[in-house]
Design a protein around this ligand. Structure first.
Ligand SMILES: [Fe+2]
Length: 339
């Protein structure tokens, strides 16, 4: 056999193996991540043992029972017998309405928290996106944006190879951050909320709640893309010096100055890129404001802890280098802080 043919066969084999891994293995490797953090400011009101939070996000259920039941079983395995104060979901429960039954099954199988279940909705809870022509749709949006910025279109740049190259480079950068499907319909978010509220989950729509028996506040903001977000309105009833946890589906909220009032921001939306390639990093983060290196996991911005969840589900059914997870966070009072 010629060497080139053997090489081609080996490459095809490796490609098939990686594709199989991304389709059928990694999406089901649900892991539990654990983080302990202390308030970075002296704020009274947290119990001395802290708040134990179970954070979920981006389940994206669509009624694909075999895959979703397998995932629910994995979540049940990693959360069994957990002792938690708060259960938080930062949106994109659904990919479409067919996933509602499995969302409810998942929520029913989670441990019951001491202080309550809270959520914000994500863009997919509002809208059904068609992913088949996502690249084409993204290309149209990019061209509109470029035209709005006064840039010449690709055909007009045909005479300049360098200008055309730069134009497509800008498109590649744009698509890596904002590749999303074309809106094709709406999900029944009223029914989703109603069913989850019947199970004791409270949606925070630009609202704050004081956590029972503590001086800490939980604030939830509506989705930046499909809701009517009002960060200042959400924070209005929160005392300036109270320990504050802010929930937002989309982490781009961090570009709003008032987020600095929060001690901890919990978000999702990015799926951690879903496909993370060596050298390139996350393939597509869906964020416009935060950097690609901040698209998942824990980081800090001044006195605010930030945690961006990679999600449990997928917008397209593949994961590579960004396994699904649930996260157990413990938020403790600042050091030397009397309660
Ligand atoms: Fe999502």
């Amino acid at each position: 056999m010629p060497v080139w043919l053997a090489g081609l066969g080996a490459m095809a084999g490796i490609g098939a193996a990686l594709g199989g891994y991304a389709l059928f293995y990694e999406p089901f490797r649900v892991r539990a991540e654990r983080l302990v953090m202390r308030l970075l400011r002296d704020r009274a009101g947290l119990p001395s043992e802290g708040l134990r939070i179970l954070h979920l996000s981006d389940t994206h259920f669509r009624g694909a029972d075999r895959r979703e039941h397998a995932k629910i079983a994995q979540v049940r395995r990693v959360t069994a017998d957990a002792n938690i104060d708060l259960l938080i979901h930062t949106g994109d429960f659904l990919h479409n309405d067919n996933g509602l039954e499995n969302v409810l099954t998942l929520m029913d199988s989670l441990p019951k928290p001491r202080l309550g279940c809270f959520a914000v909705s994500g863009n997919h809870d509002h809208v059904v996106y068609g992913m088949k022509w996502a690249l084409h749709y993204t290309w149209r949006r990019f061209k509109d944006q470029e035209a709005g910025n006064g840039a010449r279109s690709a055909p007009e740049l045909a005479c300049s190879r360098r200008a055309r190259f730069c134009y497509f480079l800008r498109f590649a950068h744009y698509a890596l951050n904002k590749l999303d499907g074309e809106p094709r319909g709406v999900n029944d978010i009223v029914r989703l909320r109603h069913e989850l509220e019947r199970r004791g989950m409270q949606f925070l729509n630009n609202q704050a709640v004081r956590l029972e028996g503590t001086g800490a506040y939980l604030v939830g903001i509506e989705d930046l893309l499909k809701g009517q977000p009002d960060l200042n309105g959400g924070l209005q009833s929160v005392p300036q010096d109270a320990p504050t946890i802010l929930l937002s589906h989309n982490p781009d909220i961090l570009e709003m100055a008032a987020t600095s009032r929060a001690d901890l921001v919990l978000a999702g939306h990015t799926h951690g890129g879903q496909i993370v390639l060596p050298l390139l990093g996350p393939v597509c983060t869906q964020t416009e404001q935060i950097s690609r290196s901040e698209a998942s996991g824990y980081w800090r911005r001044d006195d605010t802890h930030v945690y961006i969840h990679r999600g449990l589900g997928e917008s397209f059914p593949m994961r590579f280098g960004a396994p699904p997870h649930v996260t157990f966070l413990t938020l403790l009072p600042a050091r030397h802080m009397p309660n």
